[in-house]
Write a new protein. Structure first.
Length: 668
């Protein structure tokens, strides 16, 4: 497959893009420069969208993809047109693939697609009948898949930084295994083997003699399929979550720092607001105290003065009244005396203590009354009521505290605190102005994503253990062999190992080529071990595919111990080998070309890797990646074309200029 031209109208930052991408055999590289935000990634998306279509489901999706400078947004089209050459059944064909998007009067997005294959035109669109559209779309997708299937595009159209970040999370061996299985076409044989296994399980269920065993076997195989689907889906979600974690880790850390700073400012604001509330509460309490003092002025001032002035006289009245009460307390009333005398005489008669006639009771009473104590002197305050005496007694024993001195002591401190209220309000406004107002929902989303990863890893482990137990149970079933031969069952028994053996045979066939190619490329491009890698080893079984490097000293170079830059070099060297020996021959397009490469790896990648990775290589680079001067000189002999993407901020579009950041290397 060879890309020849990309056209884009009103797509994101491009108003009218028309870029020649043809390359001669001896100069396979197209170098496209641009500053960050200049449109490099959008060009990448235009080529990808031209091949596989844009995801425009709603009017908002359309608006987001439409160039911002377009004025008549209701009638404007988004157009992506890709010219390329490719082979179908070993015959080279010329293609023009055009995709058009717009909004209909109901503001629903509609799509129109046409593919011209050497004069034969295939078209389909939203307006077609569903049955006709499905058929036409299948024809177009079949042609595209013959050149580069969408599921393999990520191995040849990729962001080096993203692939480098992915290696921080995934095991390198797993990435290598996925690359080899998919790009070399081995995965389809694994899928055929899996399909043969399912057919054999179904046929085995039919051969079981007892219905109970048959039902149990079917249930177990169904459960096995369900578990496998769950594991596959959970694996995909885990991969997406890990990618999300890598992509948003830096943003999360930045927002977390901002959130901590804002929390500090908010805490300061709350502290000052608490101080202000406390001052206002003290002011309220002070006012209530003053008002209470004024309302009870006679109580707080008059009574203490009265108590002080007449204390002696009041004490005399109270003392005289107490003496009179004490004396009255010593006298017995007539009724009590009468009751006592009557009871005493009755007792004496009962005891026969009286030998003579009983004495006169009245005479005894008069005698006792005469004998009772009498007041020593008349009470001069007898005119006072008991209530008045009690009031004087309470006044005599009361203690008085004047609340005004404490109130007066609070006044200077309160006035000083009230004077600071305006300054405290200004401080609050200053702190509020320093708060950025960021949307921190991404923090919760990131933390939830991290929790999901942990949960999914545990769930995956449990599901795989359950699957192993289930497989062991399935293998315990005994098949009842019938008297008559069963050719179908015999064939099914052979299919699964046959397909796996086909895949392993293909792997062994290309194993030496891949190992030899990678050994040469790694000794040249893997700077940390350049020239000291003795051999590269691929295993011969796809089910347990391993990839190992060995030093000339004999020891293994462990992949997990490589730094991120070295891992990126390993994966890119693998892609080069797979490109050379795989079933497809697509171009290679790399965004952020240096990814995480260190300084020592840059020169070797420019001189040895990029010129040889494909028959057509499109590099999207900033001037900090492939730098003017020495970097450009290294790659110049292999350049077919150079462009620079210049962002027009005023008109909100990207212009394409010849050359690379003002440099025009000799290309002929």
């Amino acid at each position: 497959m060879l890309l020849k031209r990309i056209k884009a109208q009103h797509f994101k930052t491009y108003q009218n893009l028309d870029l020649d991408l043809t390359v001669p055999d001896d100069r396979p590289i197209i170098l496209i420069g641009g500053a960050n935000g200049g449109g490099k990634t959008t060009l990448f998306e235009a080529i990808y969208g031209g091949l596989y279509g844009l995801k425009i489901k709603t009017a908002r999706d359309f608006e987001q993809q439409l160039n911002a400078s377009v004025t008549d947004r209701e009638k404007t089209h988004i157009v992506l047109e890709l010219h390329f050459a490719g082979k179908v059944l070993q015959q080279e064909q010329q293609y023009v693939l055009k995709r058009t998007y717009m909004l209909n009067p109901s503001r629903q997005p509609v799509e129109s697609v046409s593919l011209n294959m050497d004069g034969t035109i295939f078209t389909y669109g939203t307006a077609m009948a569903p049955k006709d559209r499905v058929r036409a779309e299948a024809e177009v997708n079949k042609i595209i898949k013959a050149n580069l299937p969408q599921e393999l595009s990520r191995y040849f159209l990729f962001d080096a930084m993203e692939s480098g970040n992915l290696l921080k999370q995934d095991q390198l061996n797993r990435v290598i295994k996925d690359n080899i299985e998919n790009v070399m076409g081995f995965q389809k044989y694994n899928q055929l083997a899996h399909g043969a296994e399912l057919l054999m399980q179904q046929h085995t269920a039919n051969r079981l003699e007892l219905d109970k065993e048959k039902d149990e076997y079917k249930r177990l195989t169904t459960d096995k399929l369900t578990l496998e689907e769950k594991i596959s889906k959970l694996d995909d979600r885990l991969l997406q979550n890990r990618r999300y974690s890598v992509e948003h880790q830096e943003t999360y850390q930045q927002l977390q720092s901002g959130l901590n700073a804002e929390e500090t400012l908010n805490q300061k604001i709350k502290t000052i607001q608490g101080q202000m509330a406390s001052t206002l509460e003290r002011q309220r309490t002070y006012r209530e105290g003053v008002e209470s003092f004024v309302r009870s002025l006679e109580t707080h001032v008059g009574l203490p003065q009265l108590h002080q002035a007449f204390r002696a006289e009041i004490a005399l009245v109270v003392q005289s009244q107490q003496q009179q009460d004490d004396q009255r307390g010593q006298q017995l009333g007539p009724e009590l005396l009468d009751r006592l005398v009557t009871q005493v005489l009755a007792y004496l008669q009962e005891q026969r203590a009286l030998t003579e006639a009983a004495p006169n009771t009245s005479a005894i009473l008069r005698h006792l009354q005469t004998a009772q104590p009498t007041p020593s002197a008349p009470n001069p305050y007898a005119f006072l009521d008991p209530a008045e005496v009690r009031a004087l007694t309470t006044l005599l024993h009361s203690s008085f505290a004047n609340p005004f001195p404490p109130l007066a002591a609070q006044q200077p401190e309160l006035q000083e605190a009230l004077a600071t209220l305006n300054r405290q309000e200004s401080q609050i406004e200053e702190f509020k102005a320093q708060i950025s107002g960021h949307d921190y929902t991404v923090l919760k989303a990131y933390e939830q994503n991290e929790a999901d990863i942990k949960h999914q890893e545990g769930e995956l482990k449990e599901l795989r253990e359950a699957l192993k137990r289930l497989v062991d149970r399935i293998h315990q079933f005994d098949i009842q062999v019938e008297n008559e031969p069963d050719p179908r069952f015999d064939a099914l028994q052979k299919l699964q190992p046959f397909f796996r053996e086909v895949a392993n045979t293909l792997l062994r066939t290309k194993k030496k080529q891949i190992e030899s190619q990678m050994l040469a490329d790694l000794n040249m491009n893997l700077v940390a071990y350049a020239g000291v890698i003795e051999r590269v080893e691929l295993s011969e079984e796809l089910r347990d595919l391993t990839f190992r490097l060995y030093h000339t000293a004999g020891n293994e170079i462990y992949l997990d111990q490589l730094n991120t830059a070295s891992k990126q070099v390993v994966v890119q060297c693998l892609l080069k080998a797979l490109h050379e020996f795989g079933d497809y021959d697509p171009p290679v397009m790399i965004d952020t070309v240096m990814g995480v490469l260190d300084e020592s790896s840059r020169a070797t990648m420019l001189e040895s890797y990029f010129p040889r990775v494909s028959h057509q290589t499109i590099l999207l680079s900033s001037d900090s990646e492939i730098r003017l001067g020495e970097d450009l000189k290294r790659i110049q002999p292999f350049l077919a074309r150079t462009y620079t993407l210049a962002r027009d901020k005023q008109n909100q579009c990207t212009d394409v200029q010849p050359g690379y950041f003002g440099q025009f290397p000799v290309l002929d």
